[in-house]
Design a protein around this ligand. Structure first.
Ligand code: HEM
Length: 185
């Protein structure tokens, strides 16, 4: 189970083969599907909560979201909550697609690997992606209240581990020179 964070090419190949079933039991898939039905009732609210928590916990990430900010008269930067709200929706919709695509995760894996490659262009480093978990966990907890059980938390953590595995493998792929279609020449 799980995904290594080693940078070796051999490990990349192993990670590339991992699918959702390597991270979650069928019972956990069911738990994620059921709780997502509740979370999805307020995608914008949960998305904003998640980003607010992320910037509280990892304030150095703020600078990466310059496009979501506007400069005040005093020259300081403030978040433009309309833009950030749109972006929070995009991220939450990516999660929605992830839950929808859980039946056949090979298609989903390809999308997440490409998402990782794009994050490389946003200057996100592989080690930053797992740091998002506490914010995601707190947003789920807030949305699910009493339905946020220990089992639910673990099931979602496993979804997150899978997302991190695929995104970081895409980032490492983007690192390699001349790496078309994931095959380094
Ligand atoms: C579970 C992990 C994450 C998911 C699912 C995710 C998802 C997304 C999505 C769907 C976009 C929209 C653009 C696109 O599709 O390429 C995006 C943009 C972006 N993400 Fe992430 N992201 C994750 C983690 C992170 C982390 C940890 C950071 C920063 C430390 C980050 C920084 C950014 C930035 C800077 C953008 C571009 C914003 C802009 O439009 O200027 N992401 N992300």
């Amino acid at each position: 189970m799980g995904c290594q964070t080693s940078k070796s090419g051999q490990q990349d190949e192993l990670d590339a083969d991992k699918e959702l079933g390597d991270f979650l039991t069928p019972e956990e898939v069911e738990l994620v599907r059921n709780t997502w039905e509740i979370v999805k009732q307020d995608i914008p609210g949960t998305g904003i909560y998640m980003f607010t928590r992320l910037f509280e916990l990892q304030s150095d990430f703020k600078k990466m979201f310059k496009r979501m900010m506007t400069q005040t008269e005093t020259g300081e930067y403030d978040f433009d909550w309309n833009k950030l709200g749109n972006h929070a929706n995009i991220v939450m919709n990516a999660l929605d697609n992830a839950v929808d695509g859980m039946g056949d995760s090979s298609y989903l894996s390809k999308g997440l690997t490409e998402l990782g490659e794009r994050h490389k262009m946003y200057s996100v480093k592989p080690e930053m992606v797992p740091l998002m978990w506490p914010a995601v966990r707190d947003a789920l907890k807030q949305a699910l209240s009493e339905d946020f059980t220990v089992e639910t938390e673990l099931a979602w953590k496993h979804v997150f581990d899978y997302i991190v595995c695929k995104m970081t493998s895409g980032m490492r792929r983007a690192d390699k020179p001349h790496s078309a279609n994931g095959v380094a020449s």
